[in-house]
Design a protein around this ligand. Structure first.
Ligand code: PLP
Length: 504
């Protein structure tokens, strides 16, 4: 009997006794360990329609009036999730940019929610706040950003980019944009610059801040999907001449489609010369600065005014964790802080409520802080380097294969498509290209349903491609080496089914 049992406890329907908690928790941890250990033997994902899933959870039933048995509920939830989820922790999950979750991070999340620190105010979360600040400093250190920069953890890359955007907007507007908003005299003139390969967060940010998406100037890219700096310069000049107020340039350190790295050094120089804020979207690729062999252009990230990094991508943290870094911490605070009378937090401590739109904040840092120490800098560089090598290995295999056509390989992303033997000599004929788009799109869908591997797609200059992205410490060389065979087998089947109605 523990001591607490001698105290009078209020009986609340939501509480669990210590014995219940122990029994449920031990059983759950055992089963999660089993799942992680056997994940590679399962299909990567289920083949279910939204209707199937609604049936599985009996989605039409009413909220229960009275409570149910915790063991039954947790058991049922576990079964549902274990049997019908798409596992991004599977060795053959290569879709989007979504990583396998670090096991220690999984346990970190359990610990974090047990303590339930509210990391909005230092007073509410003394240890958690300092751990978050240390985590942010370590992430800055990992990418070579100044140690005295400021930062905060947010839900993901979108919000991390958004924080940089907000800081830029307040610092550069030239009027009190937080008070006057877009009624400021020159509000309609603000313009920002991003390549057409930039992730869609930039549209959401322009929209939500009231600038509107028309304020975005889409800078063309070369054939390598990297921003054309000369075109950028011309666009900025032209805008200035027509009375606009350029304020922000966004570079990508690893574009979402192909892993291309913009000429960040050249962008940094141009921004310095023109007095523009330089933000780098490094949600995917910021962490490669010290990985041997990556394009030199990545080093320009160190000169940015703000950077977004996504620990839930290439630091393998369980969702969610994004990180906003701003060179001058005061500029991040200036974008978000207010001092309402009901918060008496004191000034000597850092209150993270001042650094992002969030108020109550969960303890996201713990899972990241734990794995950064478990793995260390060298461990991360080695895992990331291996992901990059495996994507390159696939690129080489595809290039050597007579039924596959390789397109791009950047960081840990490789794009390619299936081409039937008899169409190989007819590429670039419009009808053939239309058919190949249809064929590869259907093939990708079949691969997903098969559960053998999970890829997503890219569209480059109108060409539909299969796209593999490895941010997965479980993927082995063997996993990669079976992919061409899977793609070709399913490609042949798809071609057989679609060919009779094809216009070729
Ligand atoms: C993933 C990604 C984002 C969005 O990040 P989330 O974590 O999904 O919000 C933004 N930019 C790039 C380059 C990304 O790869």
């Amino acid at each position: 009997m523990s001591k607490s049992n001698q105290r009078t406890r209020r009986s609340a329907p939501i509480d669990l006794s210590a014995d219940q908690f122990r029994a449920l928790g031990h059983d759950l941890v055992d089963r999660i360990a089993e799942l992680l250990d056997t994940m590679g033997d399962r299909p990567v994902g289920p083949s279910l329609s939204p209707g199937d899933v609604r049936t599985l959870i009996d989605s039409e039933r009413k909220l229960p009036s009275h409570g149910g048995d915790p063991a039954d509920l947790l058991g049922r939830a576990r079964e549902l999730l274990f049997e019908h989820s798409l596992f991004n922790g599977h060795p053959r999950f290569w879709g989007y940019i979504t990583s396998s979750p670090a096991p220690l991070g999984i346990l970190g999340d359990l610990l974090a929610s047990a303590v339930n620190a509210n990391v909005g105010g230092w007073k509410l979360s003394p240890v958690a706040t300092e751990i978050e600040l240390q985590t942010v400093r370590w992430i800055a250190e990992l990418i070579g950003f100044p140690a005295d920069s400021g930062g905060v953890l947010v839900s993901g890359g979108n919000m991390a980019n958004f924080a940089g955007f907000m800081a830029a907007r307040v610092a550069q507007a030239g009027w009190d944009i937080r008070a006057e908003g877009m009624r400021g005299a020159q509000a309609g003139q603000l313009t920002l610059y991003a390549s057409k390969e930039t992730h869609t967060w930039v549209q959401k940010a322009a929209d939500l801040t009231g600038l509107g998406t028309d304020a975005i100037r889409w800078v063309p890219t070369g054939r390598d999907q990297r921003m054309d700096v000369d075109a950028l310069r011309r666009m900025v000049d032209l805008d200035r001449k027509s009375g606009h107020r350029p304020f922000l340039v966004i570079g990508s350190a690893g574009t979402v489609s192909t892993g291309a790295i913009d000429p960040l050094g050249a962008l940094a120089s141009l921004c310095r010369e023109q007095g523009l804020w330089f933000h780098v979207d490094g949600a995917y690729g910021a962490v490669v600065t010290d990985v041997p062999g990556v394009p030199e252009d990545i080093q320009g990230i160190r000169e940015a005014d703000s950077v977004a990094v996504d620990p839930h991508k290439w630091l393998y943290a369980p969702l969610e964790a994004g990180c906003a870094l701003v060179r001058d911490p005061e500029k991040l605070r200036a974008a978000f802080s207010y001092h309402p009378p009901y918060y008496h937090f004191g000034e000597e401590a850092t209150n993270l409520v001042d650094f992002s739109p969030q108020n109550s904040r969960g303890f996201r840092a713990l899972k990241v802080w734990l794995t950064l120490q478990q793995v260390g800098r060298e461990g991360y560089l080695s895992m990331i380097g291996e992901d990059i090598r495996l994507a390159k290995h696939l690129f080489d295999l595809v290039k050597a294969h007579d039924r596959l056509q390789a397109f791009t390989n950047g960081l840990s992303i490789t794009t390619f498509r299936y081409v039937p033997a008899d169409l190989r000599d007819r590429l670039a004929e419009p009808n053939v290209e239309i058919y190949l788009n249809e064929l590869n799109s259907d093939l990708l869908f079949r691969m997903e349903k098969s559960g053998e591997a999970f890829l997503s797609n890219a569209v480059i200059d109108g060409t539909f491609l299969m796209r593999l992205c490895i941010v997965n410490f479980r993927t082995s060389r063997e996993d990669i080496e079976v992919l061409p065979e899977i793609a070709v087998r399913l490609g042949e089947q798809t071609d057989r089914d679609l060919r009779p109605t094809a216009v070729l």
